[in-house]
Design a protein around this ligand. Structure first.
Ligand code: ATP
Ligand code: MG
Length: 707
C-alpha cells in the first residue's frame, strides 16, 4: 500500500506542479501520503490528531481552507484585506478608495508602501476601550507574574488598564507631549510597560521602547536618534538575583545625551516604583523626575482619544543589532495593527477565554506584536512575565504554564536549548496538561530542539508553530498553520501567511522556481510592513530594496523544498563558502546539536589557506559533559555523517557560553572576529559589543582561543 501511495503522489505532483501563484500546491499531496513519507530527506509529521480532540473551535478548519484563504489573499488582496480590516478593527472612518499603494522598485522612484490611507482609527481604542464598551471590562487582560515566585495571582482587567492608561495619557499631555512626539519607555516587562505604550498610542505619541537591560550608552543613542524629551522608566527591578538600577542608568543616559547635544534633551522622566524603599537608590531631581503613582493620582481621569490616520506612525523600535548598528524601524497604525492581530489569531488559533503566554519582553518586536497589540486587539487574556526562565529554578516556565492554565505558549529556540541543557526532570516536575499549542520565534529551531519541545513539553499533543518574521515585517510571515491535514517538518518555518508572497532569488536577483536555495525576498507589500528607518529613509532603501530590484530583501538565506516548504538557513552575511560550496550556518549547527552531548553550537567562517574559508564551530556542552579530544573527533565525525564531508568543522572551540544579543540571539559577527584571531585581528578589533547581554563572555572566549 505504501508503494502505491508514493506512486500516486508523484503523479499528482506533476499535474499540480505548475499552479501559480499558489505555492502551496504540494500540501495536498502530502496529506495523502503516509506519515512515513521522507520528504526531501526530512521527515514530516501531521499536526497531532489529539490537538483536534482537545481543541474544538478553529478559525481555520483544515489545510484546504487555509489554501483557499491564501489564494484569495494574494489573488484579490483588496477584497481580502478590506474584509479583514473591517472584521478585526474598529474604524472611526473608513479609508479612501485605495487599500494599498506602493513602490518596491528603486529605479522607479522612492520606496514606499501605504495601507488604508485616509482611514481613521486609534490603536489604544482598538486594544482596550472598545472591549470595555462591549461589556468585557472585567475580563483579565494580563496576569502579571513577577520576578519572584509567589502563589498570588495578580490580574489586570481591561477596565483597570483603561483607567491607568487614561491617567498616564493625561499626565503626558500635561507635560507637553503632542501627537508625533517620540516618548522613550525604558522599563522591565510588567503591565505598566504596556500601559505606557498604550498611553502614548492614545494621544498619538510615538513610543520607542528600549529593552530594560540596555546600557546607558545604548539608551542614550536611542534617545538621541529619536529626539525623545520624555522618558518613562522605573526606579529599578530585580532580574533573577540581581537588582537592575534602571533609574540610575536612565539618568546617565540623559547626561550622555546632554553632553552630546550641549543642552538638556530629556525634560521629563516619569518613574514607576517597582522596588521597595530599602532596595531602591533612585535620587529624584525635582525639575525633571516625578513618581508615576504621584502623577497618576493627581491626573485627569479621562483623556480624549486622538484619531490617527492609518498611516500615522505608531512606534519606532530598534532591531536587535545582530548584524550591525541598530536601525530604528518605524511602524504605522492601521496596517500594523491589523496584521499583528490577524497573525496572532490564526497562527495560535486564539479565541477570547484562552490563556496565552508569550515569553518575549516588550522591548522586542515579539513583545510589541504578540504581547501588546495583536493579543489585545483579539481581547486576549495573557501572562506577562518579568523574570527569567531559570530563576529560581529551570522549571519556571512550566510552573507558570500550570499556574495560569496556559493554552498557547510562544517562546524562543535559544530558550528551549538552554532549558534542554538542564535535562527533562525540570519539565516533568510540572503539570502541563493545559498546553495545546507551542510556538517559537527568533532563530531557526534545530530539529533536535523541535523534537524535544514537542515530546518533552508538549507530550506529542501540540502543534509546533515555528514563526519566521522580523522587526521589519511587523508580524509572522512564514509559519506552519496549526490546521487539520497540515504536515509539519521540524526545522522548517513551512509556508507563507495570508498575503505574503515569498520568493527565493539568486545572486543576480533572478527569481528561482520549484526546489531551490538562495536569498529570501518578499515580492508584494503586506499591511504589517515597516515604512521607513527613522530619520534615514535612504538606509531603508539601500538595506532592503537596493540589493534586488523590485523585492524586499530579508537578509536571510533560505531553501525551498519540493513540497513548497521554506527552510531558513541563516543570515546571508553568515553563509560560509568552503571551496566554492555555500554552506548555511543553521544546518551545521543543527548537526552538532543533534549529538547528545552538545547544548548549543554556533558556526562561523574562518580564513583557510586552501579552502578559502573553513568552518569554525563554537560548542557549548550539556551539563556534566567534559570537553575532550575524543569528543572533538566524535563531533566532527557526526557532522560528516549527518550532512557530508564538506561541512566538517575545521576547528571546534569549546565555549562555556556564547555571546548573545539581549534578545537571546547568537552574535556571530563577534564570533567571526574571534575565529580570525590567528591572523592580524586582535581582541581590540571585535566591534560594537554594546548590545550584548554579557560582554564578559567575549573575554572568556578569547582566552580559550586555540585551546
Ligand atoms: P539586526 O537586524 O539588527 O541584525 P535581528 O535581525 O536579530 O537584528 P530581529 O528583527 O529581532 O533583529 O530578528 C529577525 C531575524 O531573526 C530574522 O531575519 C531571522 O534571521 C531570525 N529569525 C526570526 N525568527 C526565525 C525563525 N522562525 N526561523 C529562522 N530565523 C528566524
Ligand atoms: Mg535583521
Amino acid at each position: 500500500q505504501h508503494k502505491c501511495q508514493r506512486k500516486r503522489w508523484f503523479k499528482r505532483r506533476l499535474t499540480f506542479g505548475r499552479v501559480r501563484p499558489l505555492q502551496l500546491y504540494s500540501c495536498t499531496n502530502l496529506q495523502e501520503t503516509s506519515q512515513e513519507l521522507q520528504s526531501g530527506g526530512d521527515r514530516s509529521y501531521p499536526v497531532p490528531r489529539e490537538y483536534f480532540d482537545r481543541v474544538t473551535n478553529h478559525h481555520i478548519n483544515n489545510i484546504e481552507q487555509y489554501m483557499l484563504l491564501y489564494n484569495h489573499s494574494i489573488l484579490q488582496p483588496d477584497e481580502f484585506w478590506s474584509d479583514k480590516a473591517k472584521q478585526v478593527l474598529s474604524w472611526k472612518q473608513l479609508w479612501d478608495d485605495q487599500i494599498c499603494s506602493f513602490n518596491f522598485d528603486v529605479e522607479k522612484g522612492p520606496i514606499f508602501c501605504e495601507w488604508f490611507k485616509g482611514g481613521k482609527l486609534n490603536a489604544c481604542y482598538n486594544c482596550i476601550d472598545r472591549h470595555v464598551e462591549a461589556g468585557h471590562g472585567d475580563q483579565v487582560a494580563y496576569y502579571a507574574e513577577g520576578n519572584e515566585e509567589s502563589a498570588d495571582i495578580r490580574g489586570y482587567t481591561y477596565r483597570e488598564l483603561l483607567d491607568y492608561i487614561e491617567r498616564l495619557a493625561s499626565v503626558l499631555k500635561a507635560r507637553g507631549v503632542h501627537k508625533g512626539d517620540v516618548v522613550a519607555i525604558y522599563m522591565p516587562n510588567i503591565p505598566e510597560l504596556v500601559i505606557a505604550m498604550l498611553a502614548c498610542a492614545r494621544i498619538g505619541a510615538i513610543h520607542s521602547v528600549v529593552f530594560g537591560g540596555f546600557s546607558a550608552e545604548s539608551l542614550a543613542n536611542r534617545l538621541l536618534d529619536a529626539k525623545s524629551r520624555v522618558v518613562i522608566t522605573c526606579d529599578g527591578y530585580k532580574r533573577g538575583e540581581k537588582i537592575v538600577p534602571l533609574k540610575t542608568v536612565a539618568d546617565a543616559a540623559a547626561e550622555l545625551a546632554r553632553e552630546t547635544l550641549g543642552y538638556n534633551l530629556v525634560e521629563h522622566k516619569i518613574i514607576y516604583q517597582r522596588l521597595n524603599s530599602k532596595e531602591h537608590t533612585a535620587t529624584m531631581d525635582g525639575h525633571v523626575d516625578e513618581w508615576w503613582h504621584e502623577a497618576l493620582s493627581k491626573a485627569e481621569k479621562h483623556c480624549a482619544i486622538e484619531w490617527m490616520d492609518a498611516e500615522d506612525p505608531l512606534f519606532v523600535l530598534y532591531t536587535s543589532g545582530s548584524t550591525g548598528r541598530p536601525k530604528g524601524i518605524v511602524h504605522t497604525t492601521g496596517g500594523y495593527l491589523l496584521y499583528a492581530a490577524l497573525t496572532h489569531r490564526y497562527a495560535f488559533n486564539y479565541h477570547p477565554g484562552d490563556v496565552y503566554f508569550c515569553t518575549a519582553d516588550c522591548g522586542w518586536i515579539t513583545g510589541h506584536s504578540y504581547v501588546v497589540y495583536g493579543p489585545l486587539v483579539n481581547r486576549a487574556t495573557q501572562v506577562i512575565f518579568e523574570g527569567v526562565p531559570t530563576y529560581p529554578s529551570a522549571d519556571r516556565l512550566w510552573k507558570i504554564s500550570a499556574k495560569y492554565k496556559v493554552k498557547q505558549l510562544y517562546t524562543a529556540p535559544t530558550l528551549i536549548r538552554s532549558l534542554m541543557r538542564f535535562g527533562e526532570k525540570y519539565v516533568k516536575n510540572s503539570q502541563r496538561d493545559s498546553l495545546t499549542l507551542l510556538a517559537t520565534v527568533g532563530e531557526p529551531i534545530n530539529p533536535e530542539a523541535w523534537k524535544w519541545f514537542s515530546r518533552e513539553v508538549g507530550e506529542n499533543l501540540c502543534p509546533i508553530v515555528d514563526t519566521w518574521w522580523q522587526t521589519e515585517t511587523g508580524g509572522h510571515m512564514i509559519l506552519p498553520p496549526p490546521v487539520q491535514g497540515f504536515y509539519q517538518k521540524p526545522g522548517s518555518a513551512s509556508i507563507p501567511f495570508f498575503g505574503i508572497v515569498p520568493v527565493v532569488v539568486n545572486e543576480k536577483g533572478e527569481e528561482l522556481f520549484g526546489e531551490c536555495e538562495g536569498y529570501l525576498c518578499i515580492k508584494k507589500p503586506w499591511p504589517g510592513m515597516f515604512r521607513t528607518v527613522l530619520g534615514d529613509h535612504s538606509r531603508m532603501e539601500s538595506t532592503y530594496f537596493k540589493p534586488f530590484r523590485g523585492y524586499y530583501m530579508s537578509g536571510d538565506g533560505c531553501r525551498r523544498d519540493k513540497d513548497g516548504y521554506y527552510w531558513l538557513t541563516g543570515r546571508v552575511d553568515d553563509v560560509i563558502n568552503v571551496s566554492g560550496h555555500r554552506i548555511g550556518t543553521a544546518e551545521v549547527e543543527s548537526a552538532l546539536i543533534a549529538h547528545g552531548s552538545v547544548a548549543e553550537a554556533a558556526v562561523v567562517p574562518a580564513p583557510h589557506d586552501i579552502k578559502g574559508q573553513g568552518i569554525y564551530a563554537y560548542v557549548t556542552l550539556r551539563e556534566g559533559e567534559e570537553p575532550t579530544e575524543e569528543l572533538r573527533k566524535a563531533l566532527k565525525h557526526a557532522v560528516r555523517e549527518h550532512i557530508g564531508a564538506i561541512c566538517t568543522p575545521d576547528v571546534i572551540h569549546w565555549a562555556p557560553a556564547l555571546p548573545k544579543t539581549r534578545s537571546g540571539k547568537i552574535m556571530r559577527r563577534i564570533l567571526r572576529k574571534i575565529a580570525e584571531l590567528g591572523t592580524n585581528v586582535t581582541p581590540n578589533d571585535l566591534g560594537d559589543t554594546s548590545t550584548l547581554s554579557d560582554p564578559q563572555v567575549v573575554d572568556m572566549l578569547v582566552s580559550l582561543y586555540g585551546k
